[in-house]
Design a protein. Sequence first.
Length: 285
Amino acid sequence: MDRRGFLKAVTAVGSAIACPTAQAQHTTEEKEFVGVLVDTTRCIGCRNCELACARANGWEEPDVINDGALEEKRLTDETRWTVVNRYETDQGEVFVKTQCMHCWQPACTAACLTNAMYKTKEGPVIWRGDKCMGCRFCMLSCPFEMPKYEYDSWNPRVQKCIFCADRLAEGKKPACVEACPTDALAFGKKRELMEIARVRIYNHPKKYVHHIYGQHEAGGTGWLYLAAVPFEQLGFRTDLGTEPYPEYSKQFLYAVPVVFFGGPALLLGLSLLSDSASESAKEEI
């Protein structure tokens, strides 16, 4: 094999490796996922969303009147998929509902080795127990620390908000949205929710911080937030950047097939080229 033949062979191998990825990128259809806009200026801390979530998913119902839960900051756990916290801010008392953010490109699904953590075509990120092997990489990868594990169960599951995926399949709104008495929660397509958020900020520029949390954070999320104070005062992470978390590992993952297939092909080409050079040298002798 001469030098020209060797270069053609390497080019062919590289094209064979790259083409499937390129084709997959072109054939992937853009989906318009659904989401929820949370206007924290409208939240009154009634916790009806918590109660509705518990009822919809078969959890023990919280005593929202007498349990004193607002006296301390709480995190979601394996039996509480959403919680409301109270914050003292520059603008006074603010209540904030938190749950899984249902990212557009979720770190949890990218980290899942068995596709147990799965983003549906409608937008919800759900967990499929029949595929889970219990590695808990989803918990380690989530920048919002939402997946929780049933450590005390003999048959532990990963638990988090699933965006009422079963209700959405029936054409219903998420239980928490339906239960909100002040329209602090608005359900719809992200494009429509972004327009609503922009109009509110435009019409009331002094009422809102001019930022829609979730528009770009971690590549964008299904849950969007409006607030009257900077989001760091409400317990939100503001250091996430705008790059989807799976992008940080993409270059490494793309390099894997090159290492496993391109590397041997390159070595084979060099070997053939070396053999050809040796044969040519022998003929000259």
